[in-house]
Design a protein. Structure first.
Length: 367
């Protein structure tokens, strides 16, 4: 057993005290913050997400705020996705790339006003990247890290809980769309989104002093539906084929390799970062692709640190980027980032920490 030493470099979530009261047992670091990863009952937490409703502290999903007359212009320079028709109240999934077309983050972009955007980022310092690009190009935009902390309510009963709190109008919100609202004087942005395939909402808290108040309100309102604590669930996300930036990508990964090509619009302006490289990658074809693998050995495997080699007929063909024991399939499953010469149905072998595992490649998602 070990502890975590407090540090000014490690920011505390507005929901931190609430997660302690819920019995959190483990954290990981993400965007210089602590993110809960378990409350001590992983299978129970999994089934709560699959069948009920789960409450997550995801304040680690920091916002990069773009504000000013050129906010929309900067957003388009950063994102190789056509934002010309993006409306106020709409969010879009945007794969951000560097000048070589390498994926450097995959945030949700939220348009709050014509001169105000948020990038709800994965684990990397896009704030510095966006600020540098804005200054380099002389844009009239302020790039900042606002006082915003998301909480996710996920699962098939999440909509009933949110409708009970805010009203039935929430049922009309389309996926990735949002509305600014409040509850008990607490300002939030309510979005239909979340890192699961079970449905749900995210509440972007806009006053960090009220984090524990908001947690309590949601928890109490959700009691009739059996709400309980959880977190972005490793098993469910693997079953659902959800790519994790930084987990399933490396320093050479481009969007076409990890099933994000449909979010790249090659007709965006030429000054969009990475678009020239992405056009070339598209024309030449990706060298790797992301597939699933189902292992023959059904003894549960726990995720480890790092990637593992994937071989075919003795030759290395790629990497296993994650693995999980699927509670629904009762099998060990994972993602591979592998040569495009390898196809669905092929047999491969993975050297998992000295243990050779045979498996069959399959399409994603698993479920």
């Amino acid at each position: 057993m070990f502890g975590i030493s407090p540090s000014a470099r490690l920011r505390q979530s507005p929901y931190f005290e609430s997660t302690l009261a819920e019995g959190v047992t483990s954290f990981t670091t993400y965007n210089n913050m602590l993110m809960p990863t378990s409350y001590g009952k992983p299978e129970e937490e999994y089934w709560r997400l699959i069948n009920g409703v789960s409450q997550w502290d995801v304040a680690v999903e920091r916002q990069v705020q773009l504000k000013g007359p050129d906010a929309g212009k900067l957003a388009q320079i950063l994102a190789p996705r056509d934002l010309s028709k993006c409306q106020v109240g709409q969010g879009k999934y945007v794969p951000l790339c560097n000048h070589q077309g390498v994926l450097i983050n995959d945030p949700i972009l939220l348009k709050l006003a014509d001169d105000l955007y948020w990038l709800s980022i994965a684990d990397s310092n896009i704030w510095f990247w966006a600020g540098a690009i804005a200054a380099e190009r002389g844009l009239r935009v302020d790039v900042s890290d606002p006082d915003v902390a998301p909480m996710a309510i996920q699962g098939p009963k999440a909509e009933d809980v949110i409708a009970h709190i805010f009203g039935d109008w929430v049922r009309q919100i389309k996926y990735f769309w949002f509305r600014e609202t409040e509850i008990a004087g607490i300002p939030v942005v309510l979005a239909r989104s979340g890192w699961s395939k079970q449905g749900g909402f995210e509440l972007y808290l806009r006053d960090s002093r009220r984090g524990n108040d908001l947690w309590k309100i949601i928890k109490e309102a959700g009691q009739p539906w059996g709400i309980g604590p959880g977190n972005p669930n490793w098993c469910e996300r693997v079953e659902s084929g959800l790519i994790s930036y930084g987990g399933d990508t490396d320093a050479q990964t481009n969007p076409y390799e990890v099933r994000m090509g449909k979010y790249v619009d090659l007709h965006v302006p030429d000054d969009t970062i990475g678009i020239a490289a992405l056009r070339q990658i598209k024309a030449e074809g990706a060298k790797r692709h992301s597939l699933g693998v189902i292992f023959e050995d059904t003894t549960p495997i726990k995720p480890g640190f790092g990637w593992q080699d994937v071989t075919q007929a003795g030759a290395r063909v790629g990497d296993l980027t994650n693995v999980a024991f699927s509670y629904r399939l009762q099998k060990n499953i994972g993602f591979v980032l592998i040569s495009t010469a390898c196809q669905i149905g092929d047999r491969v072998t993975v050297d998992f920490e000295g243990r050779l595992l045979d498996g069959v490649l399959t399409d994603l998602p698993f479920i």
